[in-house]
Design a protein around this ligand. Structure first.
Ligand code: AMP
Ligand code: MN
Ligand code: MN
Ligand code: MN
Length: 300
């Protein structure tokens, strides 16, 4: 068992990835195999609003000798914006979290009806059926499924254009209002003795001041960390974010937000860690077993 380092410079760790249990392209088992082939040792599965892939990922991780941390990426609302919260669940999802995830699935169903209605108004007939077509998994749909439907119907040339014109922030198909408030979702995570981490704080197009407010509210609601390293980012912004985390005593995490092979990001891909001192998420007492600090049998 490998113990994790005391800094975020830990190339074997990726704590943010998606599978076919949400909008990822790989099954949980195929994702774990890819992680292992890339030399990762400690990984988290964080599907959108779901832990449905965790059992299959755990079985594959065990076979492959990977250490898996169960998780989910929750969509929540904060001051009228949608932000994402990673809930890490070393003990699994207990009842309040399970109920919360069921509510998230319902929120998605309601939201999908509204997204479909709005896309039909711009000429995508039977939008819901088109988005559902080709999705073989039993999972709630999301905006990427509508993006694919728009491409297949020839309304837009590619997925990027679908988000740019119809589904991205502030566009017609960006339906808000269905998500729980930040504090409510953090309650589900805490009731599972989990650890709440703010996902990709640099991706919300916030000013530094407003990002500080988000981090303040997040910490006040019981959030304990934030993703300092998420995929590719600007080193100056990373350093600035590191300071904002250090000021608040928030732990720092790293994750690729991997969705599909063939793009620029692969499991384990993040920008370099800044020199600003921060404490890695895996120092959290609840993650000691994950980090290989306790409870390990001696080699035999
Ligand atoms: P939803 O969870 O239904 O709100 O869908 C959000 C997901 O859409 C994100 O997690 C990404 O996987 C994907 N997404 C968001 N913006 C874009 C974009 N501009 N291009 C491609 N995919 C995107
Ligand atoms: Mn996604
Ligand atoms: Mn996200
Ligand atoms: Mn994600």
């Amino acid at each position: 068992m490998i113990s994790l380092p005391d800094t975020l410079a830990a190339p074997g760790v990726d704590l943010h990835m998606h599978s076919t249990a949400s909008d990822g392209a790989l099954s949980p088992a195929a994702l774990m195999a890819l992680c292992q082939s890339r030399g990762l040792t400690h990984v988290a599965l964080t599907d959108h609003d779901s832990v449905a892939g965790v059992a299959a990922a755990a079985a594959a991780a065990e076979r492959l000798g990977l250490t898996l941390l169960p998780g989910a990426e929750l969509s929540v609302q904060w001051r009228g914006l949608t932000v994402h919260v990673l809930g890490y669940l070393p003990e699994g999802a207990l009842a309040p979290m399970r109920e919360g995830l069921a509510a998230q699935a319902e929120a998605r169903e309601a939201r999908n009806l509204e997204i479909a209605r709005r896309l039909e108004a711009v000429g995508l007939d039977d939008a819901l059926a088109r988005a559902r077509a080709g999705v073989t998994e039993e999972r709630p749909l999301g905006r990427p499924d509508f993006a694919r439907a728009l491409v297949e119907a020839g309304v837009v040339p590619d997925i990027a254009a679908a988000f740019k014109r119809y589904l991205g922030a502030g566009k017609r198909g960006d339906v808000k209002m269905h998500w729980p408030y930040l504090g409510e979702a953090l309650g589900w995570i805490r009731a599972s003795r989990g650890v709440a981490v703010l996902a990709h704080p640099l991706r919300y197009k916030l000013t530094r001041r407003k990002r500080g407010l988000l981090l303040d509210d997040f910490a006040a609601a019981g959030g304990e960390g934030a993703e300092l390293l998420s995929g590719f980012q600007n080193p100056d912004e990373t350093r600035d974010l590191a300071r904002q985390l250090a000021e608040r005593g928030l732990l720092a995490s790293r994750g690729s937000d991997f969705h599909f092979p063939g793009g620029p990001l692969a499991p384990g891909t993040v920008s370099d860690a800044p020199r600003t001192p921060v404490t890695p998420l895996w120092h959290h007492p609840s993650l000691a077993a994950f980090a290989g600090r306790v409870g390990r049998a001696s080699p035999n």
